[in-house]
Each structure stands twice: as structure tokens, then as C-alpha cells.
Design a binder for this molecule. Structure first.
Ligand SMILES: NC(=O)c1ccc[n+]([C@@H]2O[C@H](COP(=O)([O-])OP(=O)(O)OC[C@H]3O[C@@H](n4cnc5c(N)ncnc54)[C@H](O)[C@@H]3O)[C@@H](O)[C@H]2O)c1
Length: 436
């Protein structure tokens, strides 16, 4: 155990990171910053080529990271490979698994299985630390199928250390945030703690890998339920100002603030309840999560119906991402919303500074429009997310509006009521009375 740790500290072996997207690249970058070598393996050759030049395409990720990776690439602290044979030469001892574990809103096992097989192929012994999000019970299935012998004869240690980083806020990163981890045995837990301790300040050791695995899905399903509850309350009290009510509810010391809106999106929250249900032996006990999924999937359809009822013919949407300042459209609630409008023969166009027309067409089957000039061509505008670019151009947005309805999912325009009124635009803020 100490040998593995010392080999890292002495730069005899790098940490090997499987999958160099948001999670994997950030793991590598933070280790290299601590003078530890990191080598990443990814099947995306283009990505590997650009990272090997020290180039990160995503500006927001760069901002979140807060430092350049180029100097570490130049110093040989960071390297990226797309050939397994290159990793085999290293015979890595510390393996971080950061590959995707979901696709189209469903848990995905095959990349994880392949990665474990690859690790067994190229690494003669060491530790496997899973950073990817797993459905409760997944790790045990993987261990049973691929690692049981290797764990019994101590060839491999095994731990789970889920990630919580918030890639919009640079302070919520690997170094600063509380991190939970748990190993399959004591040796795994202690080695994982030492390795994570190189970069993470606040570590919490779970009593087992199963507990650590569950923590990630459970914490996300709490948020999922909160988001769904805000929407249920606004549906149950349509004539009241639920946005204001929930803002004031959130002033209580032990309650968060959640507003009604289009619902959750992204890789984690919308899937979390599904993850928890699918791993449970008593699924019927989780009615609250079943309801959260239903409400969350349905709210955007109800908003679409309200737009259809208003007889809008041309809808312009500002924002495809599920969250501000991120280029992530995964499970964005705007996508089913658009589908519903289009199935009712309403023309829909989207502008999102993070996505090209080609990308928008592929993801949402809609075209983009010229921002801010073409805002004047719609009878209804949906302001779905608060990208910096939109906030910066707020006055330009207001100047170009000629619509009848402006639906604000964020509250950003609530102080522009006078301007909107003067233009005879009906301002609808999610969660206020009669918003749906
Ligand atoms: N992004 C987040 O905010 C976040 C937060 C917490 C947890 N997670 C979890 O972390 C995991 C990774 O997420 P991400 O956001 O980094 O995804 P990502 O899509 O940014 O990166 C995944 C990378 O894995 C690569 N990959 C695919 N198949 C591979 C294979 N067989 N071998 C090696 N590489 C392969 C892809 O090319 C991609 O570069 C997921 O389980 C996700 O749920 C993500």
C-alpha cells in the first residue's frame, strides 16, 4: 500500500485516469498541480490530441479550473493517450475511472465493464477508484463479474469516491469541497484516503464502498424531490405567488430555496431518483421518488400547453443548456418542450451562445436565430437560462423584443417590468400566479 503511494509521490508511476472529460481532466489537472504525474486514456482521439497540446476547448471549464494545463503538459506532468498499448507500457497502479455511466437518461454499464477489463489488461496490480456516478448496487455487480478473484488475492484494491464539483463555480472544486469515499476493505479505504488527500482537503470515509456509492444518488435525489415539490406546489396553488412564497420559505435556516420552472436537467439530478429506485429491493417504498420523476418530466409539457393555449405561432428560446454558463444540453427540459410545441405546428427557434446552428439542429431539431436582432420576429420568447452573455446583453434583448409574451424561467427580467409593460408585452415569471 505504501509502495503505491510512494511511487506516486516519487513520480515513479502516474495516476492513470480513464476518461478525460470534465471529471477525468479535472482529476488529472489537480494532481499535476500537486506535482504528481497524471496520464489520461480516452477513446476520443481528437480530444486526446488537443489535450496533448495543452489545449482545453471549453472556456468555462478553463475558468472553473483557474489555471492552465499547458505548463504541466510541457513539464511532462500531464500526458494523454488514446492507445491502450501506451497505457500498458506504464503498468499503472492508481486507476481513476471517470467514464460516462449514463446515456439518454438511463444508466449505462458497458463502458464501465470495458474499462475494468482494460485496467485488468494493462495494470498488473494496484487500486481502482471509481469517480463516475453509479446506480446503487452497480459496483458489487462489477466486482462479482470481473474483480472478485483480484480483490480476494489483493491484486487490486477497490474504492468509490463520487464527485460533487460544480463546474460553474470555481470555488466548488476537488480541493475545497467535502468528499465522500469508501473502500471494499480497510486497505482500500486507507490507500484511497491517502491518494485523495494529496488534492482534497475535506475527506469523509464511509464504512463501505456501497455507502459511498449510495451517497451520490441519494444527495441528488434530495434535490430532485425539492425541485419537483416546488413545481407541484405551483400546480396545486395556481392562483398564488408560489415563487415569492418559496423565496420566503427558503429564509428558514434549514430549508433551501427552490423555484418552480422547467424542471431539472443535466447528467445527475434527473437521473438520481431513477438510480435510487433501480438499485432498491423495495421499489414500492419510494413513491415519493416515482412522483418526483413524473412531475419533473411533465412540467415542461404543461408549460408547452400553456403556450399553445395562448395561440402563439412563433416561439424564440434563449438557452438550450439546462443550466447557465455551461455547454451541457443533456436532459435539458427545453428539448421535450420544443418537441411538444413543434408537434402542435408551432415554429420554434433557439439561440444559445454555447451551441452552433448545426449542434442545435442535431440536439433539438430546431434552427437558431440571429441574436439579438431576430428577437423581434417572435410572438413568444422563453428566457430559459441566465447565461452571462444574455445578462450582459439584457438591454439589447429588451430593445429588440416585439413579442406578446415573455416567459422568464429565471427571474432575471423581473426588474424590467416597466419596459416590458410599455412595449405591451405580457411578462410571465415561473411560479408567479397563473404562470401556467
Ligand atoms: N460533469 C459533471 O458535472 C459530473 C459531476 C459529478 C459526477 N459526474 C459523473 O462522472 C462521470 C463522467 O462524467 P463527465 O462529465 O466527465 O463526462 P464527459 O462526457 O465529460 O467525459 C467522459 C469521457 O469519457 C470518454 N470515454 C467514453 N468511453 C470511454 C472508454 N471506453 N474509455 C475511455 N474513455 C472513454 C469520453 O470520450 C469522454 O471524454 C459520469 O458518471 C458522470 O455522471 C459528472
Amino acid at each position: 500500500m505504501n509502495k503505491i503511494y510512494n511511487n506516486l509521490l516519487n513520480n515513479k508511476k502516474p495516476v492513470c485516469v480513464w476518461g478525460t472529460g470534465y471529471i477525468g481532466l479535472s482529476t488529472m489537472a489537480f494532481f499535476s498541480q500537486k506535482n504528481i504525474k497524471a496520464c489520461g486514456y480516452d477513446v476520443d482521439k481528437k480530444l486526446v490530441n488537443s489535450l496533448s497540446r495543452g489545449f482545453i476547448k471549453n472556456d468555462d471549464f478553463k475558468k472553473w479550473l483557474g489555471f492552465e494545463i499547458k505548463p504541466y503538459v510541457k513539464k511532462g506532468k500531464l500526458s494523454f493517450k488514446s492507445e491502450l498499448s501506451e497505457i500498458e507500457k506504464i503498468d499503472p497502479e492508481v486507476n481513476f475511472v471517470c467514464i460516462p455511466t449514463e446515456k439518454n437518461g438511463k444508466p449505462l454499464m458497458n463502458i464501465l465493464q470495458k474499462t475494468i477489463k482494460n485496467i485488468k489488461k494493462v495494470s498488473s496490480s494496484g487500486i481502482i477508484i471509481i469517480e463516475s456516478t453509479l446506480t446503487p448496487g452497480t459496483a458489487d455487480k462489477i466486482i462479482q463479474k470481473y474483480l472478485i478473484k483480484e480483490i480476494k488475492n489483493k491484486k487490486f484494491l477497490f474504492a468509490i469516491a463520487p464527485r460533487r464539483d460544480w463546474f460553474v463555480d470555481g470555488t466548488k472544486n476537488l480541493t475545497n469541497m467535502d468528499r465522500v469515499f469508501g473502500g471494499i476493505n480497510k486497505e482500500s479505504s486507507f490507500l484511497c484516503k491517502k491518494i485523495l488527500g494529496i488534492v482534497c482537503r475535506k475527506l469523509h470515509m464511509a464504512s463501505s464502498h456501497q455507502v459511498a456509492e449510495m451517497v451520490k444518488s441519494f444527495e441528488n435525489c434530495y434535490r430532485h424531490v425539492d425541485i419537483a415539490l416546488a413545481n407541484q406546489l405551483s400546480l396545486a396553488y395556481p392562483k398564488d405567488n408560489i415563487r415569492e412564497t418559496l423565496k420566503l420559505v427558503g429564509t428558514k435556516w434549514n430549508i433551501g430555496t427552490f423555484y418552480p420552472g422547467f424542471g431539472s436537467g443535466g447528467y445527475c439530478i434527473p437521473l438520481s431518483s431513477k438510480y435510487v429506485i433501480s438499485g432498491s429491493l423495495k421499489k414500492k417504498s419510494l413513491g415519493i421518488l416515482q412522483q418526483a420523476i413524473k412531475t419533473d418530466n411533465h412540467i415542461n409539457i404543461l408549460i408547452a400547453n400553456s403556450v399553445i393555449k395562448k395561440k402563439c405561432k412563433k416561439v424564440g428560446i434563449l438557452g438550450l443548456s439546462y443550466k447557465s454558463n455551461l455547454k451541457v444540453s443533456t436532459l435539458s427540459p427545453i428539448i421535450p418542450f420544443i418537441k411538444k410545441l413543434k408537434s402542435n405546428k408551432i415554429s420554434v427557434k433557439i439561440f444559445d451562445p454555447y451551441f452552433s446552428n448545426k449542434e442545435i439542429k442535431k440536439i433539438a431539431n430546431a434552427n437558431t436565430f440571429k441574436f439579438p436582432k431576430d428577437l423581434s420576429s417572435f410572438d413568444c420568447i422563453i428566457y430559459s437560462v441566465n447565461h452571462y452573455n444574455f445578462v450582459k446583453n439584457k438591454n439589447k434583448i429588451l430593445r429588440n423584443l416585439k413579442c406578446k409574451y415573455f416567459i422568464d424561467n429565471t427571474g432575471e427580467f423581473k426588474n424590467s417590468l416597466n419596459t416590458l409593460k410599455a412595449k405591451k408585452i405580457n411578462y410571465i415569471l415561473s411560479g408567479e400566479k397563473n404562470w401556467i
